[in-house]
Design a protein around this ligand. Structure first.
Ligand SMILES: C[S@@+](CC[C@H](N)C(=O)[O-])C[C@H]1O[C@@H](n2cnc3c(N)ncnc32)[C@H](O)[C@@H]1O
Length: 184
């Protein structure tokens, strides 16, 4: 069974479970944010935030658009991107290309919220060779963020052997300027 078929058939969300990358993310969003949820699954943030969220996913009819990140063509502007367990599969080359696309599409000041599953904990697809977890690490976050022009605001473990990360498009000084403006 292909990865897309597997996600279509078996996968269910649980935003109560994750300490940082589940419902708590709602605290991170500002009223003006326009959010692209990459690999949105059941598009649950859209249920809470309505049209401020646009979900894409190749495997779930709840998405606003049934498309992979690789094939997605921007039709609207967003300033917040969610990659919650979605840019997480395949080889180093595949995931790095996904991040390069993120870097090409985002502009200074945009924010990315991540849940990464290195595949080291329990998961239902141990026996399916078509679902290959990219072994994300905290070091990789810093390496790729630096290479592609992001500042890592935070990166640390989340529930269930996941990694939670927040990236900001720009450098550390630009991030602090953003925080100042955010309070005005
Ligand atoms: C573990 S689920 C997480 C879904 C949702 N983000 C959540 O947190 O509940 C991973 C989702 O990412 C999607 N996905 C995998 N590869 C993708 C890609 N290249 N582009 C877009 N979505 C992808 C899958 O179809 C699946 O729905």
């Amino acid at each position: 069974m292909t990865q897309t078929e597997q996600f279509k058939k078996e996968w269910m969300p649980d935003y109560d479970r994750f300490q940082f990358s589940g419902w708590r993310l709602l605290q991170q969003f500002r009223p003006k944010d326009r959010i692209l949820d990459i690999g949105c699954g059941y598009n649950l943030f859209k249920e809470k935030l309505g049209d401020r969220v646009y979900g894409i996913d190749p495997a779930n009819d709840a998405a606003d658009e049934l498309v992979s990140w690789e094939d997605y063509k921007p039709k609207a502007e967003f300033n917040v991107y969610l990659a919650l367990g979605s840019l997480n599969y395949g080889s180093e080359e595949v995931v790095e290309a996904q991040i390069k696309k993120l870097a090409d599409i985002t502009k200074k000041g945009d924010r990315i919220y991540w849940r990464q599953n290195p595949g080291t904990g329990p998961h239902p697809w141990k026996d399916n060779d078509d679902v290959v977890f990219y072994p994300w690490t905290i070091d990789k976050n810093y390496e790729w963020a630096k290479k592609y022009g992001f500042y890592v605001k935070t990166c640390h473990p989340d529930t269930g052997d996941r990694i939670y990360a927040e990236w900001f498009k720009g450098n550390e000084y630009e991030y602090f300027a953003f925080l100042t403006q955010d309070k005005e």
